[in-house]
Ligand binder design. Structure first.
Ligand code: SF4
Ligand code: SF4
Length: 222
């Protein structure tokens, strides 16, 4: 519908609003809102809000080694990490350093995702939680390790493509490490059983004898 008079834009706006209002009774495409918070729209996979820490199995399997790279790279300086002084065993019995303290001030976090990009252990990923409003600026907005830790299954649920790719890269790296460890162990074992070159004692004694004789002859001659 074309309107070419002064204020035509306002009329066009009203017509469009009326079309959406009436159309929303029979055309789902025109239902542009949902009754939040009773209903919520499914979020696209790449939505990111604040970071979380991934663990395997349970919190003892926290992937974070407290290397502090994310803390150094965070442009908002909102990550605080204190590394444990001793290694801890995970659910498989493998020991590694973990963070004693891992806090993120989500009031300062700007959801850039740099921490997730730089983490060499696929330990920190971006969450999709968004109902984070609170009346207190401080305590509720500083998330601690226990609140940040979430399972790998949760990571799969919110970012399935990234999670599958991450799992496959981690499996590949694990396979390579195991193959290298097995090859190193085999080489070490082979070196241990390899016979050492014998030292010829006869040749040495002959040489010593010859040398001694020469010295005696030299002494007699002088
Ligand atoms: S998302 Fe960005 S601002 Fe937030 S903690 Fe990570 S690096 Fe810092
Ligand atoms: S989350 Fe990643 S980058 Fe940050 S301290 Fe832990 S292992 Fe290092």
């Amino acid at each position: 519908m074309k309107f070419n008079f002064q204020g035509a834009g306002i009329v066009r706006g009203f017509v469009e609003t009326a079309r959406n209002f009436l159309g929303s009774y029979y055309d789902p495409e025109r239902l542009t809102t949902v009754e939040y918070p009773e209903r919520k729209l499914a979020l696209p996979e790449n939505v990111r809000t604040v970071p979380f820490l991934v663990y395997d199995h349970d919190m003892s399997g926290l992937r974070c080694t407290a290397c502090k790279i994310c803390e150094q790279e965070c442009p908002a300086a909102c990550i605080k990490i204190i590394k444990d002084t001793v290694k801890k065993s995970d659910y498989l019995g493998k020991s590694q350093f973990q963070p004693q303290v891992f806090d993120i001030d989500i009031a300062v976090c700007m959801s850039c995702g740099i921490c997730a990009e730089v983490c060499p252990f696929d330990s920190i990923k971006m969450d999709q939680v968004y109902e984070l409003a609170t009346q207190d600026r401080f305590a509720p907005l500083i998330l601690h390790k226990e609140q940040l830790g979430k399972s790998n299954a949760y990571f799969h649920a919110i970012h399935p493509t990234d999670a599958v790719e991450t799992d496959s890269l981690r499996d590949e790296a694990k396979r390579k490490a195991e193959t290298k460890a097995a090859a190193d162990a085999a080489a070490k074992a082979a070196a241990a059983v390899k016979p050492k070159p014998e030292i010829s004692t006869t040749a040495n004694s002959q040489s010593v004898g010859t040398s001694a004789t020469a010295n005696v002859e030299k002494a007699v001659a002088t």
